[in-house]
Design a protein around this ligand. Structure first.
Ligand code: TYD
Length: 137
């Protein structure tokens, strides 16, 4: 299950000195695409599941800049993988056409989401059966 759906964890350089730490996520280098959109999710309690969708074109990098959460990835063929995000200098890269669920948010979770595309409702597949159909042809 290495390289499951080309999802991968990213380690960013954390530049630290006596003043604290600084993490840079530059498009097309640290992040494997040019950024068009940033949003972040906070205030989600531990029992909610967010996401629950795949995107036809958008790629994402998710970073828990504070706290922690989990990301479940599904391929529409019965395989899944769970990733734990708990460090401000670690992200997960999620390519297009990957089903994702975010859950287990800590009370202090701030989940920063970087996207390759502007928001477009038509890019979202929100029904898992539709995802399976599009994924499996
Ligand atoms: P939703 O897709 O449910 O968020 P998540 O999958 O991360 O839990 O989005 C919640 C609402 O926010 C929904 O009405 C769409 C809106 N929204 C935007 O307007 N722009 C955006 O970039 C995003 C991510 C969501």
């Amino acid at each position: 299950m290495n390289n499951f759906l080309n999802v991968k964890m990213l380690e960013f350089n954390s530049i630290g000195d006596e003043r604290g730490k600084l993490v840079v996520c530059e498009g097309e280098s640290d992040i494997p695409f040019a950024l068009k959109r940033v949003f972040y999710i906070y205030g989600s309690s531990g029992n909610v599941v967010r996401g629950n969708h795949a995107n036809r074109k958008s790629e994402f990098v998710l970073i828990n800049v504070s706290g922690s959460s989990k990301v479940k990835i599904k391929d529409g063929k019965g395989n899944e993988m769970i990733y734990f995000l708990n460090r401000p200098h670690t992200g997960i890269y999620i390519p297009a056409m990957v089903w994702k669920e975010m859950y287990d948010f800590s009370a202090d979770s701030v989940l920063l989401c970087l996207s390759s595309e502007h928001y477009n409702q038509d890019d979202y597949i929100r029904d898992y059966e539709d995802y399976k159909r599009e994924q499996n042809g």
